[in-house]
Design a protein around this ligand. Structure first.
Ligand code: SAH
Length: 460
């Protein structure tokens, strides 16, 4: 981030602008929405600027800017549409101590003006650091459509009611109250006119004050393999409203970013190897926060119901009498086959497939290797990195073809995703190149490589 967004207090402060043409007009239209004192320096100002000056909306000085003219200005805009003049006035304004912006000149500007969605007092600022103004405009348009024009009215009335809401305890209760106001009671009352909003707020506060304590709730949420776009809408909503998020180490940082800013974030290890919190500790934490009335999101990589110890945690939550919801996610195997352009099943090749682990808590996992060693079988093998030699040995012992294709996909759906096409015989060696969490697709070669493996996947 080369530019840090802030909202600057400009009420009653000086903003100075140099210029009188189109660029000046565009900036002034924005600046006049503020409560700042605007002064314009222009030899030859556009007619609108003269009208605004006559209406008292700004002060107009009909000459070019001179030393000292920007003294005490919070902000300064050079909008002369003339590079030499912009440079001259910017040097003067900087000497006067003002923070300077040169219209259409990122390099000379000390700050830039974002694209703005104005629902005063709600303001959304969009910046692309000058890289993609088209994108900023597109986002602005989407937001203009998404934010009801009357949001500002609700926010203004809501602000006058903030002190009354202090009767509710801080935290979740207050948040619930405001969520109810902004998304439900407020818009409904506004349909009957602005004067209906205040009484509606009073009734709403009474009902929240009298409500009995809410009990906690646990959402078991699948975070998918990493790409935030692969989250379900339900997962997004759960993260939006969570009080506490207990997440596995494999959950991508971009997804954790989506959690409500005030949520308590707790990492609970569980990578399979290395130091991690014990299952009992994790379960105890879920229950403890749930019993305190929190909305707990238990966030697991992929799908919570695939090698995620979901039922153990569910049993405990149920025994504690807490309510819960399960939000499925995209499991690593689904993300991995998508990445290599293949399908987990195919008519005439494999009518079934296996999801197996390379190791479990007691060591290397045992499976029906004989059945899997038969031709045309497909398996997604999780947690297989360390067990690769063992898996290879078992399969070959039961007669699997040494040339059976295996694809290793690491960091599925993330920027550093790696696809390594190999064979059963070369598997342990190929895994040496694998960094990060890896899943094995046994019996499937990447689509690009199929042409080279006609005999092995004759049907593909
Ligand atoms: N519940 C998860 C699986 C948890 S077990 C799911 O449905 O995907 C952990 C194993 O999943 C890892 O050892 C690895 O084999 C696999 N895995 C999870 N996320 C992965 C990712 N982004 N890329 C590759 N493999 C992943």
């Amino acid at each position: 981030m080369k530019h840090f967004p802030i909202f600057m207090a400009v009420e009653g402060r000086r903003i100075v602008l140099s210029g009188g043409g189109d660029a000046a007009l565009a900036k002034l239209r924005l600046l006049m929405k503020t409560e700042a004192k605007i002064t314009v320096f222009a030899d030859d100002p556009a007619a609108e600027i003269m009208e605004w000056a006559a209406d008292g909306k700004l002060r107009l000085v009909r000459r070019a800017l001179e030393p000292g003219d920007a003294t005490c200005a919070a902000l300064f805009y050079a909008a002369n549409e003339d590079d030499a003049e912009d440079l001259r006035v910017t040097r003067l304004a900087q000497a006067d101590g003002a923070l300077c912006n040169v219209v259409d000149n990122l390099a000379l500007s000390q700050f830039i003006t974002p694209a703005i969605v104005d629902r005063d007092p709600v303001t959304v600022a969009i910046g692309t650091e000058g890289a993609a103004p088209v994108l900023a405009r597109a986002i602005k348009k989407d937001l203009e459509e998404a934010l009801p024009a009357r949001l500002g009215t609700l926010a203004r009335i809501g602000k006058t009611f903030r002190h009354a809401v202090e009767a509710l305890p801080m935290g979740r209760k207050r948040r619930d109250f405001w969520a109810d106001y902004y998304f439900n009671t407020g818009p409904k009352a506004l349909e009957d006119g602005e004067e209906a909003v205040q009484p509606a707020l009073e009734t709403l506060l009474d009902s929240h004050l009298n409500a009995t304590a809410r009990s906690g709730h646990i959402d078991f949420v699948g975070a998918g393999p990493g790409d935030p776009d692969l989250l379900t809408m339900k997962a997004r909503r759960a993260l939006d409203t969570a009080d506490v998020v207990l997440y596995d180490r494999l959950v991508a940082p971009e997804i954790l970013e989506l959690a409500r800013r005030e949520a308590t974030m707790i990492e609970c290890g569980k990578t399979g190897f290395g130091p991690s919190m014990s299952q009992d500790d994790i379960t105890a934490l879920i229950i403890e926060h749930g019993q305190q009335g929190a909305h707990v999101v238990r966030l697991k990589s992929g799908d919570p119901a695939v090698f995620g110890r979901l039922e153990e945690e569910l049993d405990a939550v149920e025994a504690a009498g807490l309510s819960y919801t399960i939000v499925p996610g995209i499991t690593a195997a689904s993300g991995a086959v998508a990445a290599i352009g293949r399908s987990l099943t195919r008519r005439g090749r494999n009518d079934g497939l296996r999801f197996i682990t390379g190791h479990d808590m007691d060591g290397f996992a045992d499976h029906d290797w004989k059945a899997l060693a038969a031709p045309n079988e497909v398996a997604a093998i999780y947690m297989a990195k360390r067990a690769a030699r063992f898996v290879q040995g078992r399969l070959m012992m039961f007669g699997a073809d040494a040339a059976t294709p295996v694809t290793i996909v690491t960091n599925v759906s993330r920027a550093d995703q790696q696809i390594i096409g190999t064979t059963l015989s070369a598997l342990p060696d190929a895994l040496k190149d694998a960094n990060g969490p890896a899943i094995l697709l046994y019996g499937l070669a990447p689509r690009a490589a199929i042409a080279e493996l006609p005999k092995l996947e004759a049907q593909a």
